[in-house]
Design a protein around this ligand. Structure first.
Ligand SMILES: CC(C)(COP(=O)(O)OP(=O)(O)OC[C@H]1O[C@@H](n2cnc3c(N)ncnc32)[C@H](O)[C@@H]1OP(=O)(O)O)[C@@H](O)C(=O)NCCC(=O)NCCS
Length: 182
C-alpha cells in the first residue's frame, strides 16, 4: 500500500530495469543490508566506513533507523532491482538546536551505477524529506575527489557552501570534505 509520502514507488532506469523505492522496514533482512554496505566498504569507495560492519552493528543500525522514523528524526529508503538491494539513501536531523538541518546520504552498489538510480533515489529522498521532516536546510558532505557524486548533487540543485580542508583520510591521503546544500 502507498503511504501518504508516495512510497513504495517504481522507477524505470536508463537500461530498462525497474527499481522499487521503499522505506526501510522490519522485513528487510539485516544480513542483506549488511552485505550491501560491506560491498561498498570492500570497494573502499568514497564512504566514511572503513571497516566491515558486523551483524550486531547492522541490527542496531536498522533498529535505530526504524525508531528514528517513528520519531520523525530520520529515515532510510531502500531501492531494490529484481528483489535485490541496489541502493540506499538516508535523511537525518541534527540534534537539538540543529534539528532543522537535515543531512542526506546516498549509496549505490557497484553493478547498478550510471543508470539513473542515484539521481532517482536522491530526488525521491528530497521530496520525502521536505514533506516528512520540513527542514530548514537540506545538506550533505562529499569527499572532494568524488566527481560522480559532486556532479550528481550539482545536477539536482545542491550548491557548495563550505569546505573542511584535508578532513578525511581516504586511501592513505587526507582529502577535503565539501558541504553542499539545496
Ligand atoms: C555517486 C553515486 C551515488 C552516483 O549514483 P549513480 O546511480 O551512479 O548516478 P546516476 O546514474 O543517477 O547519474 C546521475 C548524475 O550523476 C552524475 N554522474 C554519475 N556518474 C558519473 C560519473 N562516472 N562521472 C561524472 N558524473 C557522473 C551525472 O551528473 C549524472 O547525470 P547524467 O546521467 O545526466 O550525466 C554512485 O556512484 C555511488 O554510490 N558511488 C559510491 C558511493 C558514493 O560515492 N556515495 C556518495 C557519497 S557522498
Amino acid at each position: 500500500m502507498k503511504s501518504a509520502l508516495g512510497l513504495p514507488k517504481k522507477v524505470k532506469l536508463k537500461d530498462g530495469r525497474i527499481a522499487t523505492i521503499s522505506f526501510l522496514s522490519k522485513k528487510d533482512s539485516v544480513r542483506e543490508l549488511r552485505g550491501f554496505v560491506n560491498g561498498l566498504v570492500a570497494e573502499n569507495t568514497y564512504i566514511t566506513d572503513d571497516k566491515k560492519v558486523t551483524l550486531k552493528e547492522e541490527e542496531k543500525w536498522k533498529a535505530g533507523r526504524i525508531s528514528a522514523f517513528r520519531k520523525r528524526n530520520a529515515y532510510q529508503l531502500v531501492a531494490r532491482i529484481a528483489g535485490k538491494i541496489a541502493g540506499t539513501t538516508g535523511a537525518g536531523r541534527g540534534k537539538g538546536k540543529e534539528r532543522g538541518d537535515v543531512g542526506l546520504s546516498l549509496l549505490i552498489a557497484k553493478g547498478y551505477r550510471g543508470i539513473g538510480l542515484g539521481e532517482a533515489l536522491l530526488r525521491t529522498n528530497i521530496q520525502v524529506a521536505e514533506s516528512f521532516l520540513k527542514p530548514k536546510t537540506i545538506f550533505l558532505g562529499v569527499l572532494a575527489p568524488n566527481k560522480p557524486a559532486r556532479a550528481l548533487y550539482k545536477k539536482v540543485g545542491f550548491r557548495e557552501f563550505a569546505v573542511f580542508p584535508k578532513w578525511t583520510l581516504h586511501k592513505g591521503k587526507y582529502v577535503d570534505e565539501v558541504f553542499m546544500k539545496l
